[in-house]
Design a binder for this molecule. Structure first.
Ligand SMILES: *Cc1c(COP(=O)(O)O)cnc(C)c1O
Length: 372
């Protein structure tokens, strides 16, 4: 059965025209807020964006590409795939680029899951997984985590003969926790042949020593990884992500991909960003120092949090009311963080790691609140 939500009256009462099954059960995605009434330029730490922006080389490449906007862009994204392959040691023919990894997540559902099929994702999993499953007419099935970490045994127990897709984000969002590589491998071993395991690596650059599961993709027929230019590359506004998978999957997804799904500006920007490895290294280094400072600072204030493997920290408060009060207090200081009620974590706030001076402001604001 679909999740128990009410179909909007405005749609059901006014017209006999009906969308495909499942679509009206989708709760609209709530993005991180970006303004506070009365605050001119708030500090936005709600969407896990890179506070330093994109690489200057990417900005230059995009500016140059603007002048070519009369031309249709590449349909096969050959240069961008080549750059990604070079940098990460991947096989270019096994890469598919989408308008953000969101688009890749949609294709996977559209191609492999439909009415009667189940799509597994975990308790505090990324909001796009159930949205994309429902959009394809499939049933999203949420599986419990263990202390905010993906639990392989519970996932294995939830497998049925109708399971077609399993999504895990590693590092996870919003928990910032990480499933160890041997556990990911144990999960991959347990996934039946007719089922795809998708490893969402949106934050993998921030997790030292992890590559998103490249070897699992290359040694199996049913593992796909997704990655994005939206996070450490500082290009969330450009909308470029990609999937890396077995050839049969990439071939299938290419059949439903729009031929011009990425603009010439997006292709140029992402390619230059991929090649600027120094920018990524520097941003990652600063992030690691700063998230440690945030985690330490939170704990000193009596706010619990797990070690973060990403570019954000999930702050856990005593209860929902305390989290709401902290959110209101930060807002009154011009700071926007992400409430995580929609992720089943009403007592938490997700705080993106900002520039050093931003993080100092966050800690000062919360410390003033705790003091009162
Ligand atoms: C941000 C994020 C993405 C990336 O989405 P894009 O469409 O590439 O911007 C994917 N998965 C998770 C878990 C994320 O947090």
């Amino acid at each position: 059965m679909p999740p128990p939500v009410t179909i909007p009256v405005t749609i059901s009462a006014t017209t006999p025209i009906r969308p495909q099954p499942g679509i009206l059960y989708i709760a609209l995605y709530q993005g991180g807020a970006s303004n506070i009434p009365g605050h001119g330029a708030p500090l936005k730490l709600s969407s896990n964006e890179n506070p330093f922006g994109p690489s200057p080389g990417a900005v230059e490449a995009m500016a140059a590409a603007v002048l070519e906007s009369n031309r249709y862009p590449s349909t096969d994204h050959g240069e961008l795939r080549g750059a990604i392959a070079d940098i990460h040691g991947l096989k270019a023919e096994q890469i598919i680029c989408g308008a953000g990894s969101d688009e890749v997540i949609h294709w996977l559902n559209q191609a492999y899951a439909g009415p009667g099929d189940e799509v597994l994702y975990t308790q505090h999993g990324f909001g796009m997984y159930p949205i994309a499953a429902l959009a394809a007419g499939a049933m999203p099935v949420q599986v419990a985590e263990r202390d905010r970490v993906v639990d392989v045994d519970t996932l294995i127990e939830a497998l049925t003969e109708d399971t077609r897709l399993i999504f895990i984000a590693n590092p996870s969002n919003p928990c910032a926790t990480m499933l160890a590589s041997d556990e990911v491998e144990r999960l991959a071993d347990a996934v039946p042949d007719q089922c795809l395991l998708i490893l969402d690596g949106a934050y993998v650059e921030f997790a030292q020593g992890h590559d998103g599961g490249k070897a699992l993709v290359e040694t199996r027929n049913n593992v796909v990884m997704t990655r994005t230019f939206s996070k450490v590359y500082g290009l969330g506004g450009l909308r470029v992500g990609y999937g890396y998978g077995p050839r049969h999957v990439i071939d299938t997804l290419n059949r439903i991909r729009g031929p011009f799904n990425l603009s010439g500006i997006a292709l140029a920007g992402a390619e230059a960003a991929a090649r600027d490895v120094d920018w990524v290294a520097e941003c990652t280094r600063i992030n690691a120092d700063e998230r440690a400072r945030l985690v330490g600072g939170f704990r000193q204030l009596g706010i619990a949090c797990d070690d973060s493997h990403a570019n954000f920290v999930l702050a856990r408060f005593a209860d929902e009311a305390t989290a709401d009060a902290a959110n209101a207090h930060l807002k009154s200081d011009g700071i926007i963080v992400r409430a995580t009620k929609s992720y089943g974590l009403p007592h938490c706030l997700r705080v993106t790691v900002g520039r050093p001076e931003d993080n100092t402001r966050v800690l000062a604001s919360l410390s003033a609140m705790v003091a009162t």
